[in-house]
Design a protein around this ligand. Sequence first.
Ligand SMILES: Cc1cc2nc3c(=O)[nH]c(=O)nc-3n(C[C@H](O)[C@H](O)[C@H](O)COP(=O)(O)OP(=O)(O)OC[C@H]3O[C@@H](n4cnc5c(N)ncnc54)[C@H](O)[C@@H]3O)c2cc1C
Length: 287
Amino acid sequence: MYDVIIIGNGPAGVSASIYTKRANLKTLVIGKDGGALEKAEKIDNFYGFPNGISGKALIDLGIEQIRNLEIDFIKEEVTAIDYENNQFTVVTRNMDYNSKTVIIATGVNRPKSKVDGLKDFEGKGVSYCAICDAFFFRGKDVAVLGNGDYAIHEITELLPIVKTVNVLTNGKERINLRDERIKVYDKPIKRFSGHDRLENIEFEDDTKLPVSAVFMAEGTASSVDFARRIGAVVDKNKIVVDEEFMTNIPGLFAAGDCIGGLLQVSKAVSDGAKAGIAVINYVRNNK
Ligand SMILES: Cc1cc2nc3c(=O)[nH]c(=O)nc-3n(C[C@H](O)[C@H](O)[C@H](O)COP(=O)(O)OP(=O)(O)OC[C@H]3O[C@@H](n4cnc5c(N)ncnc54)[C@H](O)[C@@H]3O)c2cc1C
């Protein structure tokens, strides 16, 4: 059991881990790639680098710092966070990890495809959380939009409950899943349609697929996906935290770009430090 699992190895996540590890908390950092920073060619406005530094080099320095402090670090994609009996389970494709607290530091949400009709059917057949909503569609034909590990995770949650799962890649690469109740469609989607509720997936080739629900699981699970699943409050794609960087779920913290404000390295580092210190106090007070 970890004291804290930090999801994200960007400036916010690494900064938090430095504080929690140095306070002797059992700390695990899980990150899947270089996040926003990897895309930054040159960071010219961060303290201590008079000639600037590439985003990639800054990430590598952060990881070197994690390794020097002997912080447990896993390069993997997190597909879900669960919360039960005051304990968190962080799920990756290969393993589940338990922890007393979690810091979400997964950066800003990536834009996902805008399908016509998506907004109209949110809560009326369009769902963002299989474990939350699968029960409403027991014995029904549903769809999952996505083609990565996150989609696979949602499909796995749905299969024991629904009748069939239609996987929609929306023109992206197919995934191969061997189960007779799974069908994969790789053609582009034109719109979601229906009357009061979602009834059909309409494709660009003018064919229709009748479904009772579509579960959105594109790309990788984002901070908002994690928050929604666990019941943490989200406001306009940002996780809502208090002055201690804690969400409305006790023990669930968030830091960096995913809580909004100034989207800069300096603010992410500061958030991470503050969230790390808040976690230290939380763990010590809840022994
Ligand atoms: C092109 C570009 C240029 C920029 N230039 C500057 C600049 O000059 N100066 C500046 O201060 N800021 C700049 N920024 C902004 C800066 O990069 C961000 O503000 C900062 O990186 C935010 O840090 P973060 O730790 O919150 O998120 P990120 O750096 O985005 O890190 C998020 C971490 O979460 C991980 N993650 C996400 N989802 C999952 C998942 N499901 N499972 C596991 N891990 C996950 C990612 O792999 C990554 O490690 C720039 C950003 C971009 C895109």
